[in-house]
Write a protein that binds this ligand. Structure first.
Ligand code: SAH
Length: 466
């Protein structure tokens, strides 16, 4: 059945359009004179709302919860039959399931909340206390005797315990009081149940083929240029229903975006929120691409997703199939522009001290310099963080010759690309920005003049035998 989204003004209608692509079969109802370009204009709000409600149509009001409650009060008669009714704030800051909690309002609220990266205002006690929506189980499970659920839930809330027959991760990892000797039973089966369903015996039929397997691909788009993006990543981006990523990276791949794909843009620093959102969307059966520049496993989103996955161990995320699609990292693209400066042993260090203390960074720089690795430096500076690069230079100069070749590669693969070859002694903080990767040679790294006057830089594959 289609979902009616109701807007009372243009701000609400515009907002509704941003969430509608993720709600299949939704229609936008708009108040005449206050909204334009809606699917169904209406004049009488009360009449329209009550008619939709009585026809069992799920309703999302982009308006105050109070208006919905007052308007529907006269037609609220049977909580087992009412369709989902939700209020959503027109700036997307709140979503409140009001009615029809038993008919999927909470699921719809969770879906919208995941999309908007907020927490849904779920108040249903059974769900809250037991962390399991017995009346609206995950896809793949059907409750055989919903008519018994009310009594079953009341008994649970009164303190009775449950024996589980069969397996279902969403029940096992809930906070239901599961015991071998439970006075109530929940049975999960693909066949006929052992005992006929009753108010003491809930039965869920499991349909393996219907279980939603959402998909989460964490992709690396390479440094910027389209020809440095793998065909696999391009394919994943084209087939995803949702893109999640830092807004600058999303802009870079915008030409690949099919019109139905929803973009979830965020700021650079909120990697954990982004990972969370992506997992929640995938848990709803969507096909999500989390977008990193370069390689997703190098100072980027892949690790962020696995961190959240492990720390939160959310059962709803179990069905998700996860894939990491590699990309060309900034250091590889930069190295290729000047020859082969990383041609022998090298290491990679981020100078950002947001996620690790400077003492660790300083110690690693020193160890890398002592071990004579060529070094790629990511995140050399940011707007707030500039002294680290100067300190790194001083540390390296204690172990490495001032004339060691150094490459400053800025915006590699993008229109503003600038690549400069210098020496370690010439490195200055002013030469770098957030989009620069720095490559520093080992004691063996050499330069070679090319015809246009700029040098090739390479590190030979052999090392002197002493
Ligand atoms: N996953 C990315 C790195 C993200 S960390 C990758 O594999 O390339 C962000 C840092 O990467 C930046 O501060 C900069 O040091 C480097 N970087 C990312 N894109 C770059 C580009 N196009 N040119 C130069 N450096 C880049």
């Amino acid at each position: 059945m289609s979902v009616a989204i109701i807007a009372l003004n243009q701000t609400g209608a515009d907002f509704a359009r941003t969430v509608m692509p993720s709600i299949p079969d939704s229609l936008l109802y708009g108040l005449e004179g206050r909204t334009e370009d809606v699917d169904i204009p209406f004049q009488d709000f009360g009449e329209t709302l009550r008619q939709l409600f009585q026809a069992g149509t799920p309703i999302i009001g982009v308006c105050a919860a109070g208006i919905l409650i007052r308007t529907l009060a006269s037609v609220l008669t049977n909580k087992w039959q009412e369709p989902p009714v939700l209020a959503i704030a027109e700036d997307g800051s709140a979503v409140v399931p009001l009615l029809g909690g038993l008919q999927g309002a909470n699921d719809l609220a969770r879906h919208l909340a995941a999309l908007l990266n907020i927490e849904p205002a779920i108040t249903t006690p059974g769900e809250l206390r037991f962390r399991a929506a017995l009346l609206s189980p995950p896809a793949g499970y059907t409750l055989v005797n919903p008519e018994d659920a009310k009594t079953f839930l009341s008994n649970l809330l009164a303190g009775e315990s449950v024996k589980l027959i069969g397996t279902a991760p969403w029940l096992q990892q809930s906070q239901l009081p599961l015991t071998e000797t439970g006075s109530l039973t929940i049975e999960v089966t693909e066949q006929d149940p052992t005992t006929s369903p009753s108010p003491e015996h809930l039965v869920y039929r499991f349909h393996p083929q219907a279980a939603k397997t959402g998909h989460l691909a964490i992709v690396g788009t390479g440094p910027g240029a389209m020809e440095w993006m793998s065909p696999e990543v391009q394919r994943v981006l084209r087939s995803a229903t949702d893109w999640v990523g830092y807004k600058t990276y999303l802009k870079l791949v915008e030409p690949l975006r099919p019109s139905h794909t929803i973009c979830h843009r965020s700021d650079n620093r909120v990697e954990r929120d982004r990972a969370h959102l992506a997992l929640n969307l995938a848990a709803q059966g969507r096909s999500v691409a989390v977008i990193s520049s370069g390689d997703p496993g190098i100072f980027a989103m892949a690790a962020a997703v696995f961190e959240i996955l492990e720390q939160e161990a959310n059962p709803a995320w179990e069905q998700i199939s996860i894939q990491v699609c590699p990309g060309i990292s900034a250091m590889q693209a930069a190295a290729a522009q000047v020859g082969a400066p990383l041609g022998h042993d090298f290491c990679v260090i981020s100078l950002s001290d947001i996620l690790k203390p400077w003492s660790v960074i300083a110690q690693r720089l020193t160890a890398a310099a002592q071990a004579d690795f060529a070094i790629a430096i990511y995140n050399p500076v940011s707007k707030q963080r500039t002294w680290q690069l100067q300190q790194a230079k001083d540390l390296l100069l204690q172990w490495r010759a001032p004339e060691t070749p150094l490459i400053l590669a800025q915006s590699v693969g993008r229109s503003a690309q600038a690549i400069i070859v210098k020496t370690l002694a010439q490195l200055s903080v002013e030469d770098t920005d957030m989009r620069t990767v720095i490559l520093i040679g080992s004691s063996q790294t050499r330069t070679l003049a090319r015809q246009d006057g700029t040098p090739w830089v390479y590190t030979p594959r052999s090392y002197p035998f002493s």
